[in-house]
Design a protein around this ligand. Structure first.
Ligand SMILES: [Cu+2]
Length: 154
């Protein structure tokens, strides 16, 4: 008798813990993408391309990936990274497969000297004060609109 009531108490405790656990994580699964501090660099006169930066955070429990960016500011938009070659010279190149993984509970910072969104074939010079509208495409989270103000530095 004593033993079984102890057992019931245990079961009730486990149930309560289970409910609390579900409440704590909101019952949500999958990735949870947040974009912060988007900005674009002013482009020098005559420059044919520009760059945009931001912090992409994934507060969810599943990886996601940035798989493309669209916008009407330039003829094409690519996800780029910086790499150092055998001569210790920095180059930029398109991210392999145009797929930038944003790990669960992690973040990827797009910044000068690192990952960036390359605006290729600018339709006009990017001047401080204007805003670049971009549509980020994620593998699981779908499309996210971002307004990146043109300014010096992040
Ligand atoms: Cu680039």
């Amino acid at each position: 008798m004593h033993l079984s009531s102890k057992r019931i108490v245990m079961v009730v405790l486990l149930l309560i813990l289970g409910v609390l656990g579900l409440a704590a994580c909101g019952g949500s699964k999958g990735p949870d993408i947040r974009i912060s501090n988007p900005w674009a660099r002013p482009s020098p006169k005559m420059a044919s391309s520009g760059a945009a930066y931001m912090i992409i955070e994934n507060k969810g429990k599943e990886d996601d990936a940035l798989i493309g960016v669209e916008g009407d500011v330039s003829n094409a938009i690519e996800i780029h990274e910086m790499v150092v070659d055998e001569n210790n010279v920095m180059h930029m190149k398109p991210v392999e497969g145009q797929r930038l993984v944003i790990p669960a509970k992690g973040k990827v910072e797009l910044k000068p000297g690192g990952y960036h969104i390359m605006l290729i074939g600018l339709k006009h010079q990017l001047k401080e004060g204007e805003v670049v509208h971009l549509t980020l495409k994620f593998e699981k989270s779908g499309e996210i609109q971002v307004d990146a103000p043109v300014k010096m530095g992040g």
